[in-house]
Design a binder for this molecule. Structure first.
Ligand SMILES: *Cc1c(COP(=O)(O)O)cnc(C)c1O
Length: 427
């Protein structure tokens, strides 16, 4: 048995893992076309043709709507902008509550605060890291207006379960599918199954435009409100017959023609990218499957998984060793892209201190809010324990692994597992 790298032995992973890069000749030629035209944006912030952007933005949106089989696809400069516009478009009032899983990127929740509403954090399932139905049920109050479902790491949450709960309580459902673009839930695209949802086109996502986002919905009035919020709503509505003016304080969330041109190419590559990713992950997981005390991701019935992060859980009772010792040994073997734990949004200082807009506790302590939401440690025990003790993620989104690299990574895991006794003593 060879000596662990953490004790001075040879590394199993000998190179920098191949970086994922989906940008190629198609994007270069599309961008060149935009640049040669000189028209880098077609947007105008008034009630005329340019309100909905230029040629490439329009083409991008129609390609997107047809691919995802939705009535409306709305491009934005980021998915954070998309989420912020969605919460406002839904008519969430200051002081309303929106339920959000704590195990997500912070923007899922800050989108709620941007409407001066209150994020109510709920726990996740240990098995798939997605929002827990029982936790949602327990968190609903008379102030609850919407549920934000995040399809985390690459597969759908139990969206049908959430929709049923939402119907019972007359709540809106938003899906944040930034990490799960192209994944299916009972043959339908994740992101398109709720009232409104969408995707990120940030550099780290499966397909990207550098920065960008897309809102998708079949609800035409919501779509119009998102389009308005994207583009100076308050000015545009002066020339439109809008009866509901609430929350139409506009932004500039518009996408450039360059990003739109890139996005059209990227969308056409999505299926191939997902197939390639899936086959790499299957090989990787086959190599990790037999390691005792390491739980690899399960794909829920009815789901396909697009693997943004490979989420694994250590059985600490079985392993009898701390996560940090194992991860340190794996990193010493040259394994890149590992994360210990993931985000618990409720533990961020902004929520712990309840300081958001201004320094006096707005919106939590303002008269518009009649509830008393708690953010203290302990409110999301599953997410908290996963984060602090048992969760190990592999950021597959960063890499385009070849066979050699997959072999080296699984070799590193096997080497560490074969030396657990030694690590228990000396780690
Ligand atoms: C990336 C991400 C976002 C934010 O998307 P941006 O386009 O970077 O603004 C929101 N939610 C989740 C779950 C994400 O992974």
């Amino acid at each position: 048995m060879s000596k662990l790298a953490v004790f001075g032995g040879h590394k199993e992973v000998t190179t920098r893992l191949t970086e994922f890069n989906s940008i190629g000749a198609e994007e270069i030629s599309a961008v060149t076309k935009v640049l040669k035209s000189g028209r880098l944006s077609g947007f105008v912030g008034s009630n005329e043709y340019g309100f909905l952007g230029g040629q490439f933005v329009r083409e991008f949106e129609s390609a997107w709507a047809s691919f995802f089989n939705v009535k409306h696809a709305i491009s934005l400069n980021s998915w954070t902008s998309g989420l912020t516009a969605i919460v406002a478009a839904l008519g969430v009032e200051p002081g309303d509550e929106v339920i959000v899983p704590t195990w997500t990127m912070c923007a899922s929740a800050s989108a709620v605060l941007h409407s001066f509403a209150i994020p109510v954090f709920v726990d996740i399932n240990e098995e798939d890291f997605n929002i827990s139905l029982a936790s949602i049920d327990a968190a609903i109050t008379p102030r609850t207006k919407a549920i934000m479902v995040v399809d985390i790491f690459g597969q759908s949450a139990d969206i049908w379960g959430v929709l049923e709960l939402a119907k019972k309580h007359q709540l809106k459902v938003i899906t944040d599918s930034a990490q799960s673009i192209g994944a299916l839930h009972h043959s339908q695209f994740v992101g398109t199954l709720a009232d409104i949802g969408g995707f990120s086109l940030n550099y780290h996502k499966h397909i990207h435009t550098g920065e960008g986002g897309v809102v998708v919905t079949n609800d035409s009035s919501l779509a119009e409100r998102v389009q308005l919020l994207r583009n100076h709503a308050e000015a545009v509505v002066s020339d439109r017959p809008m009866s509901n003016l609430s929350n139409l304080v506009g932004h500039n969330y518009r996408m450039c023609e360059i990003e739109a041109a890139i996005g059209i190419c990227q969308l056409s590559k999505l299926s191939d990218i997902l197939k390639r990713r899936y086959s790499q992950v299957q090989k990787l997981l086959n190599g990790l499957r037999d390691l005792p005390g390491l739980k690899i991701p399960e794909i829920n019935p009815g789901n396909t998984h697009v693997f943004y992060i490979i989420g694994m859980v250590l059985d600490l009772d079985k392993l009898d060793i701390g996560r940090s010792v194992i991860v340190k040994a794996l990193r010493a073997e040259g394994v890149q892209g590992l994360i210990e734990g993931y985000i618990n949004v409720h533990m961020l200082p902004m929520y712990q201190k309840k300081i958001a807009y201004g320094g006096k506790g707005f919106p939590w302590n303002s008269p518009v809010y009649s509830g008393s939401v708690e953010y203290h440690e302990g409110i999301c025990p599953i997410a908290e324990r996963l984060h602090k003790e048992t969760f190990v993620g592999f950021k597959i989104c960063l890499f385009d692994l070849n066979e050699t690299e997959i072999g080296q990574i699984t070799g590193a895991f096997h080497k560490v597992w074969a030396n657990l006794d030694l690590l228990r003593k000396e780690g």
